[in-house]
Write a protein that binds this ligand. Structure first.
Ligand SMILES: Cc1ncc(COP(=O)(O)OP(=O)(O)O)c(N)n1
Ligand SMILES: Cc1nc(C(=O)O)sc1CCOP(=O)(O)O
Ligand SMILES: [Mg+2]
Length: 213
């Protein structure tokens, strides 16, 4: 099994609507230069050619900066590139994905606010579990809500890394880390920025929160 002790820090998640094609690569590179440990490629389109091209470029960028690329939703694309995968509850079987990607791949699972889903995901081979949404989210306002107290309970029960997602900002992230989040997953507060250099500055600030924990 992959060494998951390194799964701690900023988890940057791209959003195709927010970034568009032009900003995707420079902004993603700024995030990993700023210290993001994981970068998730989250693109809901069905343009497979563009998705493969962009994901491949992101893999190369992550490789140069010591970060890990995670593909959202698409096990086939993750397998093709030999990178990690994030699956939601409607995105297919985690066990099948684990068999496809192998024991070393990072595979994460959405667990909303439910410890039973986390237990199930871990039993099927999840490398990390993700809870959310903790705050109002620009990117996914309708996601089911979760409370920071859930993190403390999950931290007590499970030893795999825990991701907190949904409306995470520089102001509220410390409270989530204090409750036991190993990874803080961020779209808007990281990437809704005027320039790549601003994304890098924000990524550094998020990453710094873990240095002082
Ligand atoms: C790290 C992380 N956590 C949760 C999600 C949400 O996954 P899902 O519920 O499948 O929703 P979509 O992102 O696919 O819209 C995630 N992507 N990453
Ligand atoms: C993709 C996603 N999943 C969520 C969940 O709760 O499962 S919240 C979310 C969006 C996260 O973006 P932002 O940092 O802009 O709120
Ligand atoms: Mg999904």
């Amino acid at each position: 099994m992959k060494d998951t002790t390194k799964l701690r820090g900023l988890y940057a998640i791209t959003d195709s609507k927010l970034l568009g094609e032009e900003r995707l690569l420079p902004y993603a590179e700024a995030a990993v230069k700023g210290g993001a440990r994981l970068l998730q490629y989250r693109d809901k389109s069905s343009d497979d050619t563009r998705r493969l091209r962009e994901a491949d470029a992101l893999r190369e960028i992550c490789g140069r900066h010591g970060a890990q690329l995670i593909i959202n939703d698409d096990a086939e694309l993750a397998a093709r590139l030999g990178v990690g995968l994030h699956l939601g509850q409607e995105d297919g079987s985690l066990s099948v994905a684990r068999a496809l990607l192998g024991r070393k791949a990072i595979i994460g699972a959405t667990c909303h606010a439910r410890l039973d889903l986390a237990e199930q995901a871990i039993s099927e081979g999840a490398s990390y579990i993700a809870f959310g949404r903790f705050f109002d989210s620009n990117t996914k306002p309708g996601a089911p809500s979760a409370t920071p107290e859930l993190l403390a309970e999950a931290r007590q029960r499970f030893s795999v890394p825990i991701t907190a997602i949904g409306g995470v900002t520089l102001d509220n992230a410390p409270g989530l880390i204090a409750k036991g989040a190993s990874l803080i997953a961020v779209v808007h507060a990281l990437f809704a920025a005027e320039s790549a250099s601003e994304v890098e500055r924000r990524a550094q600030a998020f990453s710094q929160l873990f240095a002082i924990d």
